[in-house]
Design a protein around this ligand. Structure first.
Ligand SMILES: Nc1ncnc2c1ncn2[C@@H]1O[C@H](COP(=O)(O)OP(=O)(O)OP(=O)(O)O)[C@@H](O)[C@H]1O
Length: 226
């Protein structure tokens, strides 16, 4: 974090191979912000998220994410950047062959946690935050879709991230459960962690009005209305 700034992109160009996906991108996200990211399929939302989590480099311009300079991000720094980001993506679901506790422990061990007592405490702490403390010993299939998504959010909170990046977090959920998940993400942002949510679901955006950015025609538009 630089001051209150979590993400800042200045005149950044974003390419996929030789294809310029988004040009002259200016974006700022500060501590505790809640921001919707919209745009048609193929408009560049995933590419923008990839830049933020260090999976895609930037050309032209300057930028930082969670204190890391994106224009000269060495590969060895990417795991450290990722620990400051909580990722809630469709293709990053729970491991089905182990309990919720084991899922959380797996991520903590992979990110450098070694103290058993601290690991046990943190697992309960993040589950408490998403209202699922009692599910510690359950297997993923014993939870509803909404509960599983809450565990995914709990997992994203393990390393006390500065920002949560969520890509279609309500994609597989019914409207009521979707609202509960977004309410939880809103509460997380109010406690100081920024939240950026990519979605196609305008209904949920209307239910939770907040700042909206849009990928359109190779640009990122700020503060759009829907
Ligand atoms: N690995 C890649 N190599 C080349 N081109 C790519 C690659 N990934 C994406 N693209 C292209 O970049 C553009 C933006 O894709 P991106 O995945 O960022 O869009 P999106 O807005 O996230 O779409 P969706 O809503 O479907 O996820 C598209 O034209 C896509 O075909």
């Amino acid at each position: 974090m630089i001051g209150n700034s979590i993400i800042k992109l200045n005149n950044v160009d974003i390419f996929q191979q030789a294809h310029l996906v988004l040009s002259n991108v200016n974006l700022h996200i500060d501590k505790g912000d809640f921001v919707w990211l919209i745009g048609q399929t193929g408009s560049g939302k995933s590419s923008l998220l990839k830049v933020i989590y260090g999976d895609l480099g930037i050309k032209g311009g300057t930028g930082h994410a969670c204190g890391y300079e994106l224009s000269k991000l060495p590969g060895r720094d990417i795991p450290y950047l990722r620990r400051k980001l909580g990722i809630v993506f469709q293709d990053f679901q729970l491991l089905t062959d182990r309990t919720i506790e084991q899922n959380l422990n797996f991520v903590m061990r992979a990110t450098g946690w070694t103290d058993k007592k601290l690991i046990a405490e943190k697992a309960l702490d993040v589950l408490e935050k998403v209202g699922l403390r009692s599910k510690l010993k359950k297997m993923p299939h014993e939870l509803s879709g909404g509960e599983q998504q809450r565990v995914v959010i709990a997992r994203a909170l393990l390393n006390d991230p500065e920002i949560i990046l969520a890509d279609e977090p309500t994609g597989n959920l019914d409207p009521e459960t979707s609202e509960e998940i977004v309410l939880l993400l809103k509460q997380i942002s109010q406690s100081g962690t920024a939240v950026l949510v990519a979605t196609h679901d305008y209904h949920i955006i209307r239910a939770f009005p907040s700042r909206i950015i849009k990928c359109e025609n190779g640009k990122v538009l700020e503060d759009v209305a829907i």
